[in-house]
Design a protein around this ligand. Structure first.
Ligand code: SF4
Length: 244
């Protein structure tokens, strides 16, 4: 079986909802997502793709790319917004983050080794997790994995250490290049700060435990409801009430 990093988070947040949305597909995926993360990541991928070819795009290029996604009709970025004012407000937030990103890159662009790198990490019993490494770059700290966060929640030490996405990226790097990543940088685009984190044996063990638990729950059909404030927006609420 194969799942994505997103599935892993979805399962942990509510196994029953994951069953209805991913396995049974009887309700649409829940999302409170506004599309900012995906749209900005796509613009950054565009930037790094060109940078790797030796061309540094301008801020205007990035804004234009963002605008084509934000106002486009492709409907592939899960942009869910209430009304036009909301959409404009979010757009300004995103442009602010693009400005922050560009300020950091303008005079010292990254030395890109790879970008937008898909991975598939194998676990015991034919279980795989798919994901993506945004950027690998050459730095004075060695080969560095860089990720960009656009969310509002505080990325404190707890979230840094329990970030399963980072642990999986680090494992994927090890399995692809047969060595440990030298450095991991997390850029918080809302305030322009950068946090350096590492991954140690205990972090991999922690992830293994979670993955084993999720795999076993799926194998044994343990899809229990996990009531939280997220139930308010859950599309499976009705089915959940009938769950026995
Ligand atoms: S209503 Fe809450 S507990 Fe029930 S499936 Fe949805 S998220 Fe899970």
């Amino acid at each position: 079986m194969e799942i994505t990093v997103g599935d892993l988070y979805d399962f942990k947040s509510c196994p029953l909802r994951w069953k209805y949305t991913h396995l049974d597909k009887v309700v649409k995926k829940i999302t409170t997502n506004d599309g900012i993360r995906e749209s900005l990541q796509s613009v950054l991928n565009f930037y790094y793709f060109h940078l790797q070819q030796g061309e540094q795009l301008t801020l205007a290029d990035l804004k234009e790319k963002f605008s084509s996604i934000w106002h486009g009709h492709l409907d592939i970025y899960d942009i869910y917004l209430g009304n036009r004012n909301d959409k404009r407000r979010k757009e300004l937030e995103a442009i602010g983050m693009l400005n922050t990103f560009y300020r950091q890159q303008k005079y010292a662009p990254d030395h890109v080794l790879a970008s937008n790198l898909d991975f598939r990490v194998p676990f015991p019993n034919d279980f795989y997790i798919r994901g993506n490494i945004p950027v690998l770059r050459d730095t004075p700290r060695g080969v560095e994995l860089a990720v960009f966060k656009t969310g509002k929640h505080k990325y404190d030490e707890f979230w840094q250490q329990t970030d399963m996405g980072l642990t999986l990226m680090s494992m994927a790097y090890q399995s692809m290049y047969k060595q440990e990543i030298d450095s991991i940088a997390v850029h918080l685009l809302r305030d322009g700060s950068t946090i350096y984190v590492d991954r140690k044996r205990k972090d991999y063990q922690r992830l293994m435990k979670t993955v084993n638990m999720v795999r076993e729950s799926i194998d044994k059909g343990w899809f229990y409801p996990r009531e939280t404030f997220a139930c308010d927006k859950c599309p499976a609420k009705k089915l959940c009430m009938e769950w026995r």
